[in-house]
Design a binder for this molecule. Sequence first.
Ligand code: OSB
Ligand code: MG
Length: 373
Amino acid sequence: MRYRSLTVEQLELPLVEPFETSFGVELRRQFLLVSVESSEGLAGWGECVATRDPLYNEESTASAWAFVQENVVPRWRRRPPTSVDRVRELMRPFRGNRMAKSAIEQAALDLEARASRRPLSSWLGGRRRRIEVGVSVGIQSTPTALARRVGAYLEEGYRRIKVKVMPGWDARPLAAVRRAYPAIELWVDANQGYPPTAVTSIRAWAERYEVRQVEQPFPERALAAHAALARHASFRVCLDESVVDADSLEGAIRLRAVQSLNVKAGRVGGPLEGIALARQATRSGAVAWVGGMLESGIGRAHSVALASHPVFSLPGDISASRRYYREEILERPFVLNADGTLDVPTGAGIGVELDRRAHRRAVRRRRTYALAP
Ligand code: OSB
Ligand code: MG
C-alpha cells in the first residue's frame, strides 16, 4: 500500500436524546473521523471515539487531533509505512492515545480491505452475517420513565438491556424494570461510579433483581473490589475502563476480577488489539463482547465488523442508527432486524458509504496532511 494523505475532521452530531451516565450528560457528540488515502485514490475511514471533555478516559477530541498532527504524521513522513502492520508499528512507541491510534488503524484497515475488495469483517476473521445487539439505556428522570424506555426498546427487538446505574440510581429503577419485564436479560453499567465499600449493597440489588452482568462498578484501578464483588456472585463482573492492554487484563484475570470483557477498539488502541484481548479473556474462561461509545455510522460499521468475529459471544452495545442520531452520516443507516440483530455489510471494507450532504453538515473542521510527495 502506498499512502498519499491523511485527513482529520472534527464533527458534531446532536443525539436523539441526552445520554446520562455516572460521569455526565451528553447532548451532542463531538468526535473525529480519520481517513487515509492511497496513491490510487482509494480512501479508508476510522472514527475516534474520544469526547469533547476527557470524562470516560483521559483522551479528548483536542488531544487526539494534536497527537495525530504532532506525533503520528511527522513520524509517518520520516518512515513511510506500507501496510496496516507497519502503521501499527509506527505508532507503537507512543504511549497511551489509544482512541487516536484506533481511529488511524481503523482507517488503514478499511483501506486495506477495500483495496483487496473484501469486507473488513472477513478480513478480520469474522464469520457472522448478522450480529446480535442490545441497547445501553442512560439514566432517566424517574424509575417509571426508565421502565417505559426499556419497554420501547424491547418492542423494537433488542436482545438485552443494559441500564446505567450510579449511587442513588440503582435498586429503585431496577425494581421498576424487573417488575415490568420479569424475564428480560438485564445488565448494568456504573462507569466507575461506586466506592469499593459498596460491594455488599451492589451484590444485594444485583441478586434481588436478577442482574446478569455488572459492568465496571468501581474505579479503574480498584481491581480488588471487582474481585470481591465477583466472589460467589450469581452475576458476571464485566470490566470496561480497567482494561486497556494485555497487562491490565492479565492482572484482572489473576485476581479473578473479570468474567466478562467489554471490548471497545478505541479504549484498547485498535480493533486488532481488541481481538487479541478478547482471545486472552476467553482463554481465561471469561466471555467477550463488543461495547460502544455512541459512535456515528463509521465507528458503528467498524464495531459491526469486529462483532462478526467468533471470539465475541454476547450481544454488543451496537444499536441501530436511529437509537442515537436523527440523521446518520451514512447513505444507508444501520437498521435493527426484527430478531434483534444488525446485518454485517457485505461490501468492500466497512461496507458503508458516507451520505455526502449529511456528512458535510456535521463537519466543523478539516485538515489534510500529505504523507508522500
Ligand atoms: O461505558 O459502555 C460505556 C457510552 C459512552 C461512554 C461509555 C459507555 C457508553 C455506553 C453506550 O454504554 C454504548 C452504546 O454506544 O450504545
Ligand atoms: Mg461501560
